[in-house]
Design a protein around this ligand. Structure first.
Ligand code: MLT
Length: 324
């Protein structure tokens, strides 16, 4: 009896201290890790949403870019952080694909994190350097097949969204070609604009400005429907490659053990940020839109991650692409 009442009191004390802890949260600035280089699409989403979350939380959210290994180094940084609500991760579909792409990760994807919520789902566009010869997507496919030994595709490393799209493309046209990894598609875009690399599949959050400005050549979008932003761009399905369809969902995570009151508070701030008209306008200019409030929740993100790991595992297995 004594032990049972003691354990009851002990649990009650834990719950009270957790609630008390969360009551004052946040008391200092929060670090949001972006697992790719500054200036890329993931960084853009994090800064846009983080700024508005800061306003609601009353504490600054600072962005820390931790690139490398397709986003898995940044994810590992957060998995190993104190579960106190002051270190967060904003990552995308790569959280799910890395679970199958890497034979060993420095964290257990489904055990190392708590969930805050979904943020946005971003289309991808196949783009090339402005002077790349092919005039349209069919000619692009033919050119890549004919010149597989010399063309080069940029990506942000195994596990990145740009890597996933490139893998789907190689599988769809049954052709392997050189891929050049960067710490993010921000720096990759610099090389594309400079002609140092031939093409890449990147998110509209990093390509919209260049497409509008004509500084890159755009061939097709990876969404089921054409984009309002670029109505003249065909979809990959229209061009005969429906297997390339992919959209890049983004979520915010915290280290395992972060109190539920904290993740719920963060989810509330995320929902306020996503409901902000300015955020919606900025996202629309970048070819995307905020996730609905019901998806900006821990349960929705948990379900999305579990569903997407199961979805991409057989695709990755059949592509035979792995990182040691
Ligand atoms: C990706 O390819 O996963 C992203 O574009 C990387 C980035 O945000 O730089």
């Amino acid at each position: 009896m004594a032990i049972r009442s003691l354990s009851g009191a002990f649990c009650a004390a834990i719950v009270l201290s957790s609630a008390a802890f969360a009551q004052g949260y946040p008391e200092r600035q929060i670090t949001m890790v972006v697992p790719f280089a500054a200036g890329g699409p993931t960084d853009t989403v994090a800064r846009l949403v983080g700024e508005k979350m800061s306003t609601d939380l009353g504490r600054q959210i600072i962005i820390e870019n931790v690139g490398g290994a397709g986003g898995t180094l940044g994810a590992a940084r957060v998995a190993q952080a104190d579960p106190d609500g002051y270190t967060l991760l904003l990552h995308h579909i790569g959280m799910a694909t890395s679970a199958s792409l890497y034979r060993s990760l420095p964290y257990d994807t489904l055990e190392a994190f708590e969930y805050v919520g979904l943020v946005t789902e971003v289309p991808m566009v196949m783009v090339a350097r402005r002077d790349f010869e092919p005039a349209d997507f069919p000619a692009f496919i033919a050119y890549v097949k004919e010149n597989a030994g010399t063309v080069s595709m940029a990506n942000a490393g195994i596990g990145a969204a740009s890597h996933l799209c490139g893998m789907l493309f190689q599988s769809a046209i049954e052709t392997q070609f050189v891929t050049v990894p960067y710490r993010g598609t921000g720096p990759a875009m610099t090389d594309l604009l400079g002609g140092q690399v031939d093409f890449m599949c990147d998110q509209t959050t990093n390509t919209s400005q260049q497409i509008r400005g004509g500084t890159v050549k755009a061939y097709a979008v990876t969404t089921p429907e054409r984009l309002e932003l670029f109505p003249d761009l065909p979809t990959v399905a229209e061009e005969g490659l429906p297997q390339m369809e992919v959209s890049i969902w983004h979520g915010i995570y915290a280290p395992k053990g972060t109190p539920e009151e904290v993740t719920e508070r963060l989810s509330s701030a995320l929902q306020v940020a996503l409901a902000d008209p300015g955020v919606a306008r900025s996202m629309a200019d970048l070819g995307t839109a905020p996730s609905p409030a019901e998806d900006a929740t821990p349960a929705a993100l948990k379900n999305q991650l579990e569903t997407e790991i199961a979805r991409w595992q057989p695709v990755i297995e059949s592509a035979g692409v792995y990182a040691d």
